[in-house]
Design a protein around this ligand. Structure first.
Ligand code: ZN
Length: 184
């Protein structure tokens, strides 16, 4: 199982690499890596297990964060209506997005960043993502609000981008134009 010891932190070169595409159909090894990402999120959101192993709770994790430079992400999060969404994808990509943007009023956090970095992170309010599920079947997802934010954060990891790269350094809390603020 993945613990915080397996999660690489800001400054590690793998976090700045563009990750490689996963060959499909997925190998058993790649399927296992993807499953381990999902398992981390489940464990981290279980108070007892998280406490036992010292896991920081997370709603998303990308393979580069465990030092595997391949295009895989897991997301396990509730939307604004408390509906649970759980996804594990190979080679996810954003195929279209809204003009309208959104951002979390509390800013974003990351399992690979130990300190709190305040600032608004502009994201698209709605995105369509295509990718391949754990069995290699193609999936197409329409996402909005918090889920859209989490997916953009994780897909950024596959391209060597960290959330704070998007923060306006001079004015980190300047309201973002044409954006819906999201409280969480
Ligand atoms: Zn992150």
């Amino acid at each position: 199982m993945i613990t915080m010891d397996d999660i690489i932190r800001d400054g590690h070169p793998t976090l700045r690499k563009v990750a490689e595409k996963v060959a499909l159909p997925p190998s058993e090894e790649d399927k296992n890596i993807l499953a381990s990402l999902v398992q981390y999120l489940l464990h981290s959101q279980d108070a007892k297990i998280a406490e036992k192993y010292g896991l920081r709770p997370g709603v998303g994790l990308a393979a580069p964060q465990i030092n595997v430079s391949k295009r895989m992400i897991a997301v396990h999060a509730h939307d604004e209506k408390e509906k649970l969404h759980s996804y594990a994808l190979f080679n996810p990509r954003i195929v279209s997005h809204s003009v309208e943007r959104t951002y979390l009023t509390s800013g974003e956090g990351c399992l690979s960043v130990d300190e709190n970095i305040p600032g608004y992170v502009p994201r698209y309010a709605r995105i369509t993502v295509k990718g391949f599920d754990e069995n290699g079947a193609e999936v197409k997802l329409r996402l909005k609000g918090f889920l859209a934010i989490v997916f953009q954060h994780e897909i950024d990891h596959l391209n060597g981008i960290m959330f704070y790269d998007h923060i306006d350094k001079q004015h980190p809390l300047k309201p973002i134009e044409n954006a819906i603020p999201l409280e969480r």
